[in-house]
Each structure stands twice: as C-alpha cells, then as structure tokens.
Design a protein around this ligand. Structure first.
Ligand code: PLP
Length: 480
C-alpha cells in the first residue's frame, strides 16, 4: 500500500530551503564584522527565549531561520570574525563548508571500507597528500607500515597514541589485563590538558603523568626528561609515552623534538608529537623547521580545523607503525565481518579511532586543499605570520608594553607594563567593546595577553585597528 502521509521535506523544498540557508551563511560571513565578537549574552538568556515545549506540529524553515537570526545570533561568539584573536582559531572557509554540506548530504557512515569505499579511500589519499603538503616523514604514508586517519580532535589523537603506546610498552598485555600501575607518561608543564585527560581515560592514573620542566622559552628540557625517565626505570616503571608539543597552547613554544626523540628511543617510549595549532605552518617550506626531529616520532597530529581553513572538526593523526594502534583498537563482532575486511586489502578506519562510526570528514579537507592549492594555503599562512611579526614589532616599539615571549609563528604574547591587575582590566574592557576578542595566559606567573592571528579573513588592517584600540584603552585606564 502506498504511503499516503509524509512529513519529510521533498527534494524541491530542500532545494529551495537549501538556497536560503546558503544565502543566510553567505550574508552572515559577509557582514560578520558588524557583530560584537564576544557574545554579550547572560547565562540562561538564550534558553529563556526558547519555547518550553517542542512544537506539536511542524514549523516552516523561514521561522527557524528567523529564530537563528533573532534568538541565537546574540548568543554566538563570532569565531569566524577577522577580529577574533582569542585562544587558537577554529577557522573555516567556503570550500570547507561546502565539503561538509556534501558529507551531510551523502550521509555515509564510514566505519568500514565496505560501508562506503570512497569515504575510506579519499581519506587515505588526502592524508598521503598532507604528508607531502607539510613535508612530513615518509613513514607516515599509507604505502608503508604507517598511515594517517582523520580524528575529531587532537585530544582524541593523543588518547589513541597513548592506547597504542600502552600496547607496545606491554607487548600487548595491557589489552588483556589492563594497566599494571607501572606505565609512565611524560609531557612538559606546558603541554595541553588533553594529555592529562588521556592518562585518566586510559586508566593509568594521574600519578603516572610526569610533567617535565621547561626552559626560558617554555620548551621542554630534554635533559630533565632523560633524568625523569631514568629515575622511573630504576624504580621499576615502564616509560610508555612521551608527548612533545610543537606550538604550545599558552605561548606557541616548540619542544626540541629531535632531542626528545633520542631520549624516547633510548628508553623505548612512544613519542607522540602534538602540533595541533602550529602544524599547518609547515605548508611553507621556510617554516618547516618546526618538523625537525619528526622522523624520530611514532605518531603526530595537527588540526586543519585550527589554521588550515577547514571547519571544526578535523584532526589529522599519523602513525609510523599502524600495528600497535590496530591492536589497541580492533574489536571484531560477527555483525561487522565482511569479505573486504577479511581480505586484508582494505583499511577499516573504525580500528584507528575510539568510536565505531565516522563521518565523511575527508571531503571538506579535500575541497579546501583543491580550492586553495599549495600556493593559496602558503599565501594565507605566510600573511598571518607576517602580520604577527609586524604586531610584535609594534609592541616592542611601544614603551608602555612588552613582549612576554619572542613572537612565534602567528601568536603574539605581550603585556602592558602596568602589572597583572592592569592587564586583566585592559582585557575585560577590550572584550566588552565588542570590537575584538583576546584571551590571556600566565607566563612565569605573570598575566599575559595573547593575540592569535589565524582567522580566515584577518588582514593587516584588522590587526592594526586592534593594536590601536589596545593602546587607546590602555591610555584611558592608565593613571594620569
Ligand atoms: C597544543 C594543543 N594540543 C591539543 C589541543 C586540543 O585541541 P582539540 O580541541 O582538537 O582536542 C589544543 C587546543 O588548543 C592545543 O593547542
């Protein structure tokens, strides 16, 4: 019997509404500078404007879009604004949004090669492209023992690296009996909090994490790492994982990966390199020194969703030897068995990540790389670094301000000479103005402003205007 009633959107309706939504996004991005960058919403304000109950009958898309504009936009912090300088960016671009839309349209779930061969093969192919694009070690290519996979975030990549390292350190025993309380993990005091989270999730216990001292540039001291590991080995512990950071979250410090790699190798520990933000810089050959020593690493990750114009979420995770990762994460129930997997000729990415299901994320990365080409990516990354350098020179030239750290890549850490309280008030006033959004950190205990220049649309004029405003607000705040 034919279905007589349907509430589904017809293809024609979808076409019409789809155009309206794309127009809405284009208008939004075109006028994004007219919004206060940091949302001014009070806690609970947005919810108070939403109906208490779900609608009993369907509503028109136009009403939904109107509510997006009127109710939700005031509660949006505009990450895509060229005046967004906070945290690290989560930038996007037209080709990325379109690739993601296609991914939604195709709606495939690529857990196995067999559940959509193109989803897996495009991902493998694009990640091999990324190895070439960034000049990464050939060990990360899928044609050898290693390969790449797209994770949702760098946090997941670190967790996967730890699980693989745990398998290797225990020669597979951890899979059966769990952790024996003797595995240890090392990262600098400046490493991202996701390392601590991974240690907790993996059941090693927080006590297993050793935070290694840093030098004056906030980079890990390899001789301290060496001493800590030697002490642990003497005490009967097993060094499992070392995490080196290329571009720390606080100040973009770069750990000496080569020296750390030699120490890790000597003690048989897995070296994971977290280049979540900075990794994109290696698209420019003149900035590729950030990859120094990477050939000694067992795994590596960076986030195209931070600085490579790919919308959240997209983290590229590479391993030099995929076997421990697969050993850690493969579980094969009967209902997933299929001829292609059993042939050994295909990759099943479900075995390279925590969840079973996975979206077709490679599409947006593929669209971005094809749209910009190597030339376009290099151009924009170079521009951001050039503008950051210029901002650092303005800070240095101003007697009221100082650089807190030498400028690295696209991050500038600086402070007014008026002290912690002054800088805190300055930051609050700047962010309340709506004209820009900055965040802070503490470096050697001192309150420090961070300006991260990596938004897709950020040009010199935005940074110049931001610096002008910072100086003006500071002079208004300063005691006469
Ligand atoms: C160095 C570093 N690692 C990891 C992360 C976590 O990123 P994600 O949100 O992708 O987990 C960040 C976030 O800023 C970071 O700066």
């Amino acid at each position: 019997m034919a279905e007589t009633q349907s509430f589904h959107m017809t293809p024609d309706e979808f076409r019409r509404h789809g155009r309206a939504v794309v127009d809405w996004i284009a208008d939004y991005l075109e006028h994004i500078e007219s919004y206060p960058v940091l949302s001014r919403a009070e806690p609970g304000e947005i919810r108070s404007r939403l109906p208490d109950h779900p609608p009993a009958t369907g509503e028109p898309v136009a009403a939904m879009l109107r509510d997006v504009s009127e109710i939700l936009l005031p509660g949006i912090t505009h990450w895509q604004s060229p005046n967004f300088f906070a945290y690290f960016p989560a930038n996007n671009s037209g080709p990325s949004i379109l690739g993601d839309l296609l991914s939604s349209g195709l709606g495939v779930q690529g857990m196995l090669w067999a559940t959509s061969p193109a989803c897996t093969e495009l991902e493998t192919h694009v990640l091999d492209w990324v190895v070439e694009l960034l000049g990464l070690p050939e060990r990360f290519l899928s044609s050898g023992t290693g390969g790449g996979v797209i994770q949702d975030t760098a946090s997941s990549a670190t967790l996967c690296a730890l699980l693989a390292a745990r398998v290797r350190a225990t020669e597979g025993r951890a899979g059966g009996v769990g952790s024996d309380g003797r595995l240890t993990v090392y990262a600098s005091t400046q490493a991202h909090s996701s390392v601590e989270k991974a240690v907790r999730i993996a059941g090693l216990g927080e006590d297993a994490l050793r935070l290694v001292e840093v030098d004056r540039t906030q980079a890990m001291r390899p001789e301290r790492l060496d001493a800590l590991i030697a002490r642990d080995v003497a005490a009967g512990n097993t060094p499992c994982l070392v995490v080196a950071t290329v571009g720390t979250t606080s100040s973009m410090a770069v750990d000496p990966v080569a020296a750390i790699g030699h120490v890790s190798r000597r003690f048989g520990a897995w070296l994971h390199v977290d280049a979540a933000m900075a990794g994109t810089a290696a698209v420019c050959p003149e900035l590729r020194s950030i990859n120094e020593g990477l050939e000694l690493s067992d795994s590596y990750c960076f986030n195209p969703h931070k600085w490579m114009f790919v919308n959240f979420d997209c983290d590229c995770f590479f391993v030099a030897d995929r076997r421990p990762l697969l050993q850690a994460l493969s579980v094969l129930p009967e209902y997933l068995r299929n001829a292609a997997s059993q042939s050994g000729a295909v990759i099943d990415y479900r075995d390279w990540q925590i969840p079973l299901g996975r979206r077709f994320r490679a599409l947006k990365l593929w669209f971005v790389i094809r749209h910009y080409g190597v030339e376009g990516l290099r151009h924009h990354v170079r521009e951001h670094v050039r503008i950051a350098r210029e901002l650092a020179s303005w800070v240095e030239a101003d007697p009221d301000f100082e650089l807190a750290e030498p400028q690295t890549l696209n991050l500038v850490c600086f402070r007014h000479r008026g002290g912690d309280g002054f800088n805190e008030r300055l930051l609050d006033r700047l962010n309340a103005s709506g004209a820009l959004y900055l965040t802070h950190t503490r470096i050697d205990g001192r309150y420090t402003l961070r300006m991260s220049i990596g938004q897709t649309g950020t040009q010199r004029r935005h940074v110049e205007a931001a610096w002008e405003r910072i100086r003006t607000e500071a002079s208004r705040l300063a005691p006469a």
